[in-house]
Design a protein around this ligand. Structure first.
Ligand code: CP
Ligand code: NVA
Length: 306
């Protein structure tokens, strides 16, 4: 049976195995070459939104695994508009061995996965960004040597990246506190799921509007843009609402003195994060960006090897 990676929860029970596999493949790649687990295979990449990291890391990752990736831009397939989601899934499944999909609507993501006969990997939708979280947790593990028992503080918008981090940290047994302005908290359904998982692992999830409370003693600080792709119409309103929800030197001083700082990028320097922090000694944002490559190679090898 084919397996998809739509939500971080799809890796329940194997999240750390995949992260360890990514760390091992990264080391082999740096020494020379990683095994060509996907020799002769094809990945179709459907993008409804722009991308730097996701596009480049999947394409290079496929190449390093011995396969080929095909980039389909937002103007090409037009899933559900030029033809039905069902028909796109069936036709793509006749051509490629896996589909990476960056979508506006998580319901269309699920529908495509339901009809596709090959694995579908979520390259971001409005609800989750699971590949990002694999890379984030890989980065935390590389810098901290472990995941379980650490505290991650999210400062800013309760968006797709925050949702996936809630699930990922819960699966890893990490505490997570989320500080957002009123009305911008994470998805309530995801919070409920994450709390269920966290409870089993003895981990704690806290939602607050108080940045200091969230950041206090954190081992990891994380943030993302205040205006996600698709939210552009609310730009002015959001920029006003999020003032004060910034990772800066003051917020960093409330965290653990060895805290690391994550940002999935692209960053808006001076808004959700200052340049001082982003370019400072606590920041690991470019390791995090690089790890998209290694984490996605691990997930592709796992789902597409056959
Ligand atoms: N972090 C991330 O997904 O970046 P891109 O939008 O550039 O792919
Ligand atoms: N939350 C952002 C992440 C970009 C990688 C967005 O959805 O636009």
């Amino acid at each position: 049976m084919k397996r998809d990676f739509i939500s971080v929860l799809d890796l329940d029970g194997e999240l750390e195995d995949v992260i360890d596999f990514a760390i091992a493949m990264k080391a082999r790649q740096k020494r020379g070459k990683c095994p060509e687990y996907l020799r002769g295979k094809f990945l179709g990449m459907i993008f409804e939104k722009p991308s730097l990291r996701t596009r480049v890391s999947f394409e290079i990752g496929m190449r390093q695994l011995g396969g080929t990736a095909l980039y389909l831009s937002p103007s090409e397939i037009q899933v559900g508009r030029r033809e039905s989601v069902h028909d796109v899934a069936k036709v793509m499944s006749r051509f490629v061995d896996g589909i990476m999909y960056r979508a506006f609507d998580c319901k269309v993501m699920r529908e495509l996965a339901r009809h596709a006969e090959v694995p579908v990997i979520n390259g971001l939708d409005n609800l989750e960004h699971p590949c990002q979280i694999l890379a984030d947790l890989q980065t935390v593990k590389e810098h901290k040597g472990k995941l379980k028992g650490l505290k991650l503080a999210w400062i800013g918008d309760g968006n797709n990246v925050c949702n996936s981090l809630l699930l990922g940290t819960a699966l890893a047994g990490m505490d997570m506190s989320v500080a957002t302005p009123e009305g911008y908290g994470p998805n309530p359904g995801i919070v409920k799921e994450a709390r269920k998982v966290a409870k089993n692992k003895g981990a704690l999830i806290t939602l607050t509007n108080d940045v200091r409370e969230a950041a206090k003693g954190a081992d990891v600080l994380a943030t993302d843009t205040w205006v996600s792709m698709g939210d552009e119409a609310e730009k002015a309103k959001r920029e006003a609402a999020f003032k004060g929800f910034q990772i800066n030197a003051r917020v960093l001083s409330w965290a653990d003195r060895k805290a690391i700082v994550l940002h999935c990028l692209p960053a808006h320097r001076g808004q959700e994060i200052t340049s001082q922090v982003m370019d400072g000694p606590h920041s690991v944002v470019f390791d995090e960006a690089e790890n998209r490559l290694h984490a996605q190679k691990a997930i592709m090898a796992r789902l597409m090897k056959g």
